[in-house]
Structures are given as C-alpha cells and as structure tokens.
Design a protein. Structure first.
Length: 143
C-alpha cells in the first residue's frame, strides 16, 4: 500500500509527486492544513515527512514490499521556517540503511532503517528536516 492510499493521507491532501520528479510527495497549502497564523500546521508537515519516509523505503527497497512489516519507532525533527506554500517531500535512507537493510533482513527476522527527510517549497526553502527510524520485521508467510 502506498502512503498516499491511507485515509489519513487523503484527508490531509497528500499526493504523489509527478513522474520523474526528484521529490516523492506533495502537500498543497489549504484550509485543512493551515494553522491559526496562516502557515502550514506542524502536524501536517510531520505527516507529510513520515509518509515520505515510508515512500522512500518502498522506492529504494522494492524487493521488501509486501514481505515486511514496518512501523515508525522514533523521529528527530526540526521545523526550520514557516511554510506558506505547497511543500515537496524529499527523502533518502542513511548510508548504513542503504548498505545493510536488505542483508540484515535476509539473515535476521528484524532490523532498523533510518530515513532522512526534508520538506521544501517550490523555491527550495527548507521548512522541515528530520530523521525517521523504522522498525522493520519480516512478515509472516501467508497461509
């Protein structure tokens, strides 16, 4: 399942990036994600970033899709400046995850993955940066 297929993501207005884009997801500014001062709500930015980290794992480790159970275990984040326009979500696994995740899950039943995320507006201004730690376990085989 894609992160944009979740009802919560749809309620917020998350959408996939256009084909060929460098970013993974987008979140347009609008009434449902605006806070009391007219900028994008911190919770909406967090939801976009978390969804982008999931989309990153699906993009970079396609062989694991449907064969693992994954949940966010922790996050470190910083809001850098107010977001007043559509946000674009960029994400990459850290070097250790990129090098070891597939082998770890081939030899063990569980592992941890770290994904680095930045949210930027169209002008490239960074409003959010974070690192999401995922707990990943091999899924039980279907009966």
């Amino acid at each position: 399942m894609k992160p944009t297929d979740l009802a919560f993501s749809q309620a917020l207005g998350l959408r996939p990036a256009p084909p060929g884009a460098a970013h993974l997801l987008e979140l347009p500014i609008g009434d449902r994600v605006r806070n009391h001062i007219g900028t994008m709500h911190a919770a909406a930015q967090f939801a976009l970033a978390e969804a982008a980290s999931a989309a990153c794992l699906q993009r970079d480790f396609p062989a694991l899709d449907g064969h693992v159970f994954a949940v966010v275990r922790g996050a470190e984040l910083k809001y850098r400046q107010a977001a007043t326009d559509t946000l674009l979500a960029f994400a990459e696994p850290d070097a250790f995850t990129r090098e070891h995740l597939v082998n770890d899950l081939a030899t063990r039943t569980r592992s941890v993955a770290t994904v680095l995320v930045e949210l930027k507006d169209a002008a490239g201004n960074v409003s959010f940066s974070g690192r999401f730690e995922w707990f990943i376990a091999r899924a039980a085989p279907a009966p």
